[in-house]
Design a protein around this ligand. Structure first.
Ligand SMILES: CC(C)(COP(=O)(O)OP(=O)(O)OC[C@H]1O[C@@H](n2cnc3c(N)ncnc32)[C@H](O)[C@@H]1OP(=O)(O)O)[C@@H](O)C(=O)NCCC(=O)NCCS
Length: 175
């Protein structure tokens, strides 16, 4: 299975905030934004895997800026790293105020998707990610630590097995 570039699966999705998407203050509901992030991430992971994917986990999502009724938002999803059957996707959300010509980053999150073989519905191997730019390299390197943290938090890994997190903490405590 040949490694694939990040650009091969990069996904940009545009949405406009409509009345049914908002809360009582006229801001986009967090759950609707998470749904759009999930869709953009699944398209990106599916393109990388060239297979069906399911969401396995979502890391911390914080909502830093309210997104208003009528705002245009874009969601940019890129693969950071693929493991055996899982793929980490980094999703950034930007608000575009087309009237005042102002773009603001609203938030970001890491999603993990798992590719499933359609007949057995069991996890199946995915191609590796080939990072090229400096940002892609940084996201690729950090993915191992983030994976360890989420596997520890979900009870799938013992804290003592989170070796890359320990190495990272040791290095930064020495500084
Ligand atoms: C995700 C799912 C396929 C994993 O199945 P499983 O039987 O536990 O399979 P495995 O133990 O072989 O794990 C498969 C991969 O999932 C990853 N994974 C499982 N749970 C995870 C979690 N909570 N966070 C991150 N990765 C996870 C494993 O690390 C493994 O990755 P790797 O192969 O790259 O090392 C299964 O739990 C599932 O189908 N969940 C429901 C998915 C879904 O419906 N999502 C939509 C929301 S309703």
């Amino acid at each position: 299975m040949e490694a694939k570039k990040v650009s091969e699966s990069k996904t940009i999705m545009t949405e406009m905030v409509m009345p049914p998407d908002t809360n009582t203050f006229g801001n986009l509901m967090g759950g609707i934004l998470m749904k759009w992030m999930d869709v953009a991430g699944a398209i990106c992971a599916g393109r990388h895997a060239e297979n069906y994917v399911v969401t396995a986990s979502v890391d911390n999502v914080s909502f830093e800026h309210p997104i208003r009724l009528g705002d245009i938002i874009t969601l940019e999803a890129v693969v950071t790293r693929a493991f055996n059957t899982s793929i980490e996707v980094f999703i950034e959300v930007f608000i575009h105020d087309i009237v005042h010509k102002k773009n603001t980053k609203s938030n970001h999150a890491y999603f993990t998707f798992v590719a499933l073989e359609p007949t057995s519905m069991r996890p199946t191997k995915v191609p590796e990610v080939l990072p090229i730019t400096e940002q892609e390299e940084n996201l690729y390197t950090g993915a191992v630590r983030r994976r360890e943290i989420r596997l520890v938090l979900s009870g799938r890994m013992k804290p003592s097995e989170a070796i890359k997190v320990k190495e990272f903490l040791d290095l930064h405590q020495k500084k």
